[in-house]
Ligand binder design. Structure first.
Ligand SMILES: C[S@@+](CC[C@H](N)C(=O)[O-])C[C@H]1O[C@@H](n2cnc3c(N)ncnc32)[C@H](O)[C@@H]1O
Length: 235
């Protein structure tokens, strides 16, 4: 997952307004953060697109499971400490004022058991009064089964088409993303990127955050339609 995609990721998501989203994240941090420092950790940072903007106001670290994504982030963005790590069990031996986990990266944990471990790990890496901001994937009721997806990128030297349908397997959403990519002077490439993402319910998610010592709430009006945001202040 994401391995082959890493070098095309920023093109396929070129429609996404990371600058506007980062502004909103900054506002939320101002509103909720009670600790004094400015150390921020972005978990599941991908190619680091939010950090490109957030780094103006914070001293930033980004971690991601996928080394290829971290490689792209390192190449594109300076003054951020990027490292490969798994959000379930990373140990940075450090405490942050802010942890962000955006664009549904948390959903790749798939199970509540993994979610519990990860939220406890976030708590361990936060200062008292620090804030965690998590953008989830859909819930079972907001996820649309049988949706037909198409995203394209039309550049001078590269063209990409991504097609998928959405399926359900118990509490998991399953999406096989079929990519066709043509680049100048290269053969056409075809590959499938399969995503299995947990459909976590809001009440269970909040319970897990509260049990991990967070004062937690869910904001319906988040960064993207229907996804919302979890905010937790570490007590
Ligand atoms: C949809 S992308 C979001 C990337 C980035 N936050 C953004 O907004 O573009 C999901 C990311 O989560 C990462 N990821 C999945 N499971 C992870 C895990 N257990 N620990 C850390 N990162 C993970 C993937 O490698 C991928 O880069």
């Amino acid at each position: 997952m994401y391995k082959e995609l890493a070098k095309y990721y920023d093109l396929i998501y070129s429609w996404k307004d990371y600058k506007k989203e980062s502004k909103k994240i900054n506002k939320l941090i101002k509103k909720y953060k009670k600790s004094d420092g400015n150390k921020l950790l972005d978990v599941g940072c991908g190619t680091g697109k939010h950090l490109e903007y957030i780094k103006e106001n914070f001293s930033c670290t980004g971690i991601d499971l996928n080394e290829e994504m971290i490689g792209v982030a390192k190449n594109n963005i300076s003054d951020v400490d990027f490292k490969p790590a798994d959000m379930i069990n990373f140990d940075l031996n450090d405490k942050f004022d802010v942890i962000t986990c955006l664009f549904s990266s948390i959903g790749y944990l798939k199970t509540y058991d993994n979610l519990e471990k990860t939220i406890l790990n976030f708590a361990k890496h936060l200062k008292t009064g620090g804030v965690v901001i998590i953008e989830p994937w859909f819930t079972k009721s907001t996820y649309m089964v049988g949706h037909l997806g198409m995203t394209t990128y039309d550049g001078e030297d590269i063209k990409i088409a991504r097609l998928n349908t959405t399926a359900l397997d118990n509490d998991l959403s399953v999406m096989e993303m079929h990519y066709l990519i043509v680049e100048r002077d290269k053969d056409v490439k075809y590959f499938v990127d399969k995503h299995e993402v947990g459909l976590f319910e809001i009440d269970k998610f909040l319970e897990i955050m509260i049990n991990a010592s967070f004062k937690a709430e869910f904001l319906k009006d988040g960064l993207m339609k229907e996804r919302g945001l979890y905010i937790g202040i570490k007590s």
